[in-house]
Design a protein around this ligand. Sequence first.
Ligand SMILES: [Zn+2]
Ligand SMILES: [Zn+2]
Length: 394
Amino acid sequence: MDQSKLLIRNIQVYSASQTIKQGYIKINHGKVEEIGPVGSLTQTEGYQLIDFPNQNIKAIPGLIDVHIHGANGADVMDGTAAALETMCRALPQEGTTTFLATTMTQSEESIEQALQTTAAYMKAQPQRQAEIAGIHLEGPFVNPKRKGAQPEKYIQKPNIELFQKWNQLAEHQIKLVTLAPELDDDHAFTKYLVEHGVIASAGHTDATATEISEAIEHGLSHITHLYNQMRGFHHREPGVVGAAWLQDSLMVELIADGIHSTPEAAKIAFDLKGKHRLLLITDAMRAKCLQDGEYELGGQKVSVKDQKATLEDGTIAGSTLQLHNGLKNMIEFAGCTMEEVIQIGSTNAAAELGIDDRKGSIAAGKDADIVLLNEENNVLLTLCRGEVAYERKA
Ligand SMILES: [Zn+2]
Ligand SMILES: [Zn+2]
């Protein structure tokens, strides 16, 4: 039997155009070949069969996390291929099949090491694991007033020359930069990013709503971890939060773990932004998938207790959220439908990153990045480019 041909049968298929109640997906050499209702299935010889009769299993597109630092003991800032491999192998268990390797504010040498290692890893991405779609540079161009867990001693003003050097070292794989627009003189840095196809995102920022509006005119299009480490909403100064809610051009990241934003705040974000302008992210650090205990983030000690990660002074330091739980939370917190959480968990990110020709929905010709969810919406099986990267033990 040709192992590269797979047939998944008797599942609910959440495809780009419709939801098929009792459907099938044919996969051939890593790509979705055909989808349809089981009744119209022909030509099954040569396919390895995965069948779920009478089980109410959903097939959704692989999730895309544009903001994640680490998982299962590893962190992008470790600057090693082994750390990236650990992350790529761990993430399919939460349904993530694509992500942006996210750096932190650190010394220039550490950032450069992480950039070069990630670019090298991306050149020959192994099968049966999540795929790195690029790099999210979080800091060092942020505001010390809103530093959160970004170590202050390495924070710098937005610097085009330094970024040029870094993006060269990263072989032009930096896709998204989190910066504080109020520190970007004449918005020159934002303009430079946008002219070079890099998404400019406001985060760790003390900007006013007016400053965000000005930055939008120069190409700012994204908001990093809404509510966290930014000027909050006030009725006489709507802040970054007010701008994020109001400005339709902004794609907004949300950590839907109930810790970085309460269930009410998550619902407000969904109600105001709608399903097309919100992205579920984890902003996870290395303790994800591991037990409570002592860990490290950006050279600082982090304690994880009841899955909440904090610095010694109590500042929240990344999350331990698994992305499929973010989807489940949005169904609970905001009353989202499955179609809506697919949109905010995968489709929007693929479109924003310009990889929607391959990712972000289940459709013929696209990568077979597919997650099977059971009745409780837990991950049963994850395919990365047509190969089983995770299978839940019975
Ligand atoms: Zn952050
Ligand atoms: Zn982060």
